[in-house]
Design a protein around this ligand. Structure first.
Ligand SMILES: O=P(O)(O)OC[C@H]1O[C@H](OP(=O)(O)OP(=O)(O)O)[C@H](O)[C@@H]1O
Ligand SMILES: NC(=O)CC[C@H](N)C(=O)O
Ligand code: SF4
Ligand SMILES: [Mg+2]
Length: 472
């Protein structure tokens, strides 16, 4: 089974402390984070003495049954997760939040990101006798926490976090506390909010909008926040602070209404489109954005160039969840099912098509062919991100080198391959410039530049880790 998206999302996490409707709110919040992961979902709740959980495969609405939800009701503390697998196969045992039991107490764990030394740690622990229940990278944190000899819960959490390398936004639940931590590069987003006096955290602010919570602020790289019935405690687990927020969150992953430091992704994408115009000197009659994620960039390009934006491509909204068999031919068929041109809009026109990214080139190749068939006179592709050349080790399935078209081909060769009249990518420098305008302190750009900000200790692509974990 293979999903038709060119880029696959990561996970979404949520947590809330001390609200009478905690589990209902968690369910609604997870629903709004569904775009971040569709392979499985779950929830862990606390009654102050014990933790209880439920999880299942698929979309949230399929993963949790009405009976399960009813059994989680009335608990005032809850965490939740929607999963897209990075390390560890798509199977129930890997679906989060994890729930661990020990005579020291219960532990609930939800993770967004990908650890780049999990395999190393896991092998060392296995050699010492540890037995893992999952093939997920996230489980190593629970082992490190349980084995820590530091005095006090917070000190144990800190010492476990310090041993991890990679990307993480963790939501950690004990019976009497909710702790959240973001890695010192802040690769994955985590936001702090408040509703009816109760604090909550979410991967994206769209979750706060869905439950009517107030968005307080973005959680900083290296921060450690603990919520208990006595209030909230702001701390850090490390003094290092090397901000490297994932560029693809801004470009493609986050929902357009989600905010970073108070600015919507829509606005940031529009600015990326505007910036692209500065580098794309092409005359045309209309600008078309590839729906849905590139409409904002197309608007920015249209505003800056004065060329009118038209809805020249339509997206069939029911194919987002279509699964098809792997293979290029099947992938092409899927794009045909998904996008179709509006003939009388493009017929006889010189068209600029704006997309947010090119991975394999399947989408752009299809679009160019379809627009030509619909009568477009010229087709110029503008991409509101730099060429993706490298895979991601920090929690996004950008695919392997072999499949990424720009890893071996120059923009000219790609232009030729997709059959466009011209192809322009946004430069890395201008992309960073846009992020700086909106208050970002630094971004990861490794899939464009190959400069990985966090050393890849395991030296294995997340997609290949499952086999390695199984000892193959
Ligand atoms: O070069 P490719 O391998 O075809 O991948 C690139 C495409 O993938 C993404 O869209 P996607 O179709 O995943 O989803 P969207 O509808 O959310 O834009 C991205 O926005 C590009 O359009
Ligand atoms: N995409 C994610 O953030 C997934 C979290 C974790 N690495 C897993 O594979 O389950
Ligand atoms: S490599 Fe690319 S997708 Fe991965 S974290 Fe960095 S910017 Fe994001
Ligand atoms: Mg797209």
């Amino acid at each position: 089974m293979y999903e038709i998206r060119g880029l696959n999302e990561e996970c979404g996490v949520f947590g809330i402390w001390g609200h009478p409707e905690a589990s209902e709110l968690t369910y609604i919040a997870l629903h709004s984070l569904q775009h971040r992961g569709q392979e499985g979902a779950g929830m862990v709740v606390s009654n102050g003495s014990y933790l209880f959980g439920a999880r299942g495969m698929g979309l949230l609405t399929d993963a949790l049954t009405k009976d399960q939800l009813r059994s989680l009701k009335t608990f005032p503390y809850a965490i939740g997760h929607v999963r897209y697998a990075t390390t560890g196969g798509s199977e129930l045992s890997n679906v989060q939040p994890f729930l661990f039991k020990s005579h020291h107490g219960d532990l609930g764990l939800a993770h967004n990101g990908n650890l780049v030394n999990a395999m190393n740690i896991r092998r060392a622990l296995e050699d010492e006798g540890a037995i893992f229940q999952t093939s997920s990278d996230s489980e190593v944190f629970a082992h490190l926490l349980r084995r820590s000899k530091a005095g006090g819960k917070k000190a144990r959490i800190k010492s476990a976090l310090r041993q991890l390398k990679g990307a993480f936004a963790f939501v950690i639940m004990h019976e009497d506390s909710l702790t959240v931590a973001v890695d010192d590069h802040g690769v994955r987003p985590l936001m702090l909010g408040k509703i009816d006096g109760a604090y909550c955290v979410a991967s994206e602010t769209c979750a706060f909008a869905a439950i009517n919570a107030e968005y307080i602020r973005d959680i900083e790289p290296g921060e450690l926040i603990t919520m208990t019935d006595d209030g909230i405690d702001f701390d850090r687990y490390t003094e290092t602070d090397k901000p490297n927020m994932c560029s693809m969150e801004y470009i493609y992953f986050a929902r357009a209404d989600s905010e970073f430091r108070g600015t919507s992704t829509y606005t940031i994408r529009k600015a990326l489109g505007k910036a692209l115009y500065k580098e794309m000197d092409v005359e045309a009659d209309i600008v078309i954005g590839v729906p849905d994620s590139s409409l904002a960039a197309a608007k920015g390009f249209s505003d800056a160039s004065g060329i009118p934006q038209e809805q020249g491509l339509l997206k069939n909204r029911y194919v987002g969840r279509t699964f098809i068999s792997p293979g290029q031919e099947a992938r092409e068929r899927a794009v045909r099912m998904k996008l179709s041109p509006v003939k009388d809009i493009v017929d006889g026109k010189r068209v600029i098509v704006i997309d947010d990214s090119i991975v394999r080139g399947t989408t752009s190749k299809f679009i160019v062919k379809a627009l030509r068939k619909a009568g477009a006179k010229e087709i110029h592709m503008g991409v509101s991100s730099p060429p993706i050349k490298n895979p991601c080790y920090y929690g996004i399935d950008v695919s392997t080198h072999a499949e990424i078209i720009a890893s071996k081909k120059s923009p000219e060769e790609i232009c030729d391959r997709i059959g466009a009249d011209s192809l322009t990518y946004l430069s890395v420098e201008r992309m960073h410039e846009v992020y700086r305008t909106y208050g970002s302190r630094g971004e990861c750009d490794a899939c464009f530049t190959g400069k990985y900000p966090i050393e890849i200790i395991d030296q294995v692509l997340p997609q290949e880790k499952d086999l390695k974990t199984k000892g193959v």
